[in-house]
Write a protein that binds this ligand. Structure first.
Ligand SMILES: *[C@@H]1O[C@H](CO)[C@@H](O)[C@H](O)[C@H]1NC(C)=O
Ligand SMILES: *[C@@H]1O[C@H](CO)[C@@H](O)[C@H](O)[C@H]1NC(C)=O
Length: 540
């Protein structure tokens, strides 16, 4: 036992240079393989983690260290990324193409993460190629530390519901279509926890209350979710405890996660849990079953319908989601020593999505730049000072409304600046934007074009802090974000074809102090590739 502990301790010392020894460690060994799955009744090649589709759930407590060894059993390079984990001072472990070298086939890489000062519901996903269309994703829940209460009584059950649209086609054929400038067809359907129509049963007892952590892990569509005959009480959005508002139907756009409480207060029988797509033609729908224990009656009637193309409905709902200012967070005072609405941003960044044709192929862009990956991860090029991989300022702070062009855009930003970002959507489709390494306050959202006078409508009191936000068709969304996390951080569309075809860039948050207080050193086990191959991660 002692010897084992010693070996473990030496292994950790080897890997972890900056660690907080008092926080517990959790170890995960993941084997990523291809395997047959039949989510829509036809056999297809899925990406499994330890044989599972979706992958295993990560459970942790605030401030835990997560040591996740990922063995790549695929025949192609692979990476996993973490949707919503803040990874303070640590973009080294973000697992996207701009920060990490891919794990080569038949090799492994150990991610060293700490879920510092976070409580809530998130998910992980495969970030390279079009792997996400084959699986490889799973839920992450970070529980509160003992004695730090959450603002609702412990539920009788805590369920994860990963919802998303799905193709019967192999992820490589989808990728081939995109590589060849073709648009993807409409997905074939929706899955819940990797299963199709009525594929899941959630058993509840009458009179008890259950938590559902619902993430949209899909590729193309914003979804709306309903519990037949029941009300959802929203309690958490990507790590923020919300004012507990009740909803009969809830929009969950790509990459977003919501926790709702559902009280089993109806006559005992089966009820539909319905998910359907928003702003899509045709509307895709799927269901699971909410089953009352000791009841034998099937659901009555059809699954309840929901909103389809209504923009105002979504805007109103999004604006009704607010932060519970008195609820405790991961720390006793989640608002910290300042209030977000009292600070004036020093910089406004306006980002417009577009869908240009470049060199005869469909691409997607932000402020006209369509991202193409460099030969070396940007974070490594930055660290080793390799010239010519990217240049700072290669994406403008404002929309150009010009035609699109290819590039490797990296936006420069100063550590500790407080910024306002406006996502402007001039297209007819709903957008979803995610920022790695950060939570931000969603201060405003409306239809039409953003103007400086739109600031008068901002919620500077109790906006929710989250990491993924939707922008409804021909609408805008404004966020405030304190740049408190040094690193190279991916800002991307969560629409996976758009992300794959260039609707993403990196924000390089830089501190001239170059201090370990601001950013962790490069991990000793960092994989090196491209022009960083053969470099040393430590001086001799
Ligand atoms: C992971 O890779 C390292 C070297 O790259 C190797 O020493 C180790 O045995 C591998 N571990 C597993 C579990 O495959
Ligand atoms: C906010 O949180 C407090 C503290 O846990 C709780 O008592 C209260 O009911 C919550 N308020 C709302 C409106 O959800």
């Amino acid at each position: 036992m002692e010897a084992k502990r010693f070996i473990l301790a030496s292994f950790l010392c080897l890997l972890i240079s900056v660690s907080t020894a008092e926080d517990p460690y959790r170890f995960f060994n993941w084997r990523v393989t291809y395997g047959n799955i039949w989510p829509m009744g036809v056999k297809q090649q899925g990406i499994l983690i330890n044989g599972q589709f979706p992958g295993p759930q990560v459970e942790a407590v605030t401030n835990d260290n997560l040591i996740i060894n990922v063995y790549n059993g695929l025949s192609e390079p692979f990476l996993i990324s973490w949707n919503g984990l803040l990874q303070r001072k640590n973009s080294w472990e973000d697992g996207v193409a701009g920060t990490n070298c891919p794990i080569p086939p038949r090799r492994n890489f150990t991610y060293i993460l700490q879920v510092k000062d976070q409580i809530g519901s998130y998910f992980y996903f495969p970030s390279l190629a079009f792997h996400k269309a084959a699986g490889g994703f799973g839920g992450i829940r970070i529980l509160s530390r003992p004695r730090i209460p959450v603002p609702f009584p412990p539920p009788a059950g805590d369920f994860t519901l990963l919802v998303g649209d799905w193709y019967k086609a192999n992820h490589n054929s989808l990728k081939w279509m995109l590589d060849n400038g073709k648009n993807l067809p409409s997905p074939d359907g929706l899955l819940m926890n990797g299963r199709g129509w009525n594929g899941n049963t959630f058993t509840v007892e009458q009179g008890k209350t259950y938590r559902f952590r619902i993430s949209n892990v899909g590729l193309m569509n914003c979804i709306n979710i309903r519990f037949q005959g029941h009300i959802m009480k929203l309690v958490e959005v990507e790590g923020s405890h919300t004012v507990q508002t009740s909803y009969a139907a809830l929009d969950i756009c790509l990459g977003q996660t919501y926790s709702v409480l559902v009280m089993a207060n109806q006559p005992p029988r089966d009820y539909y849990i319905v998910a359907s797509t928003r702003f899509s033609r045709p509307t895709l729908t799927t269901t699971s079953i909410l089953h009352y224990k000791n009841s034998w009656s099937k659901p009555i009637g059809a699954p309840p319908g929901g909103p389809t193309i209504q923009v105002a409905w979504g805007l109103n709902q999004a604006r009704s989601i607010r932060w519970n200012l008195t609820a405790s967070g991961p720390r006793p005072n989640p608002q910290g020593s300042y209030h977000y609405g009292m600070i004036k941003p020093v910089r406004t960044i306006r980002l417009a999505n577009s869908a240009p044709i470049i060199n005869g192929k469909q691409r997607y862009a932000v402020n006209s730049v369509s991202f193409v990956q460099a030969d070396t991860p940007l974070k490594l090029a930055d660290y080793f000072k390799i010239q010519g991989v990217f240049s700072l300022g290669s994406i403008p702070d404002n929309p150009t409304f010009g035609g699109g062009y290819l590039g490797t855009p990296v936006m420069a930003a100063n550590f500790r600046d407080y910024v306002e970002i406006i996502f402007e959507n001039y297209e007819d489709s709903v957008q979803s934007w995610h920022i790695d390494g950060y939570s931000f306050w969603v201060v405003g959202m409306d239809g039409g074009q953003w103007r400086s006078s739109s600031r008068n409508s901002y919620n500077l009191r109790d906006a929710v802090s989250r990491c993924t936000v939707q922008v409804y068709p021909k609408s805008w969304t404004a966020i405030y974000m304190p740049l408190d996390n040094v690193g190279m951080w991916n800002i991307r569309s969560e629409n996976w074809a758009r992300q794959y075809l260039g609707q993403q860039f990196y924000l390089r948050v830089f501190s001239p102090a170059n201090s370990l207080r601001d950013e962790y050193p490069i991990p000793k086990n960092a994989l090196l590739c491209g022009r960083a191959s053969g470099r040393r991660t430590r001086p001799l």
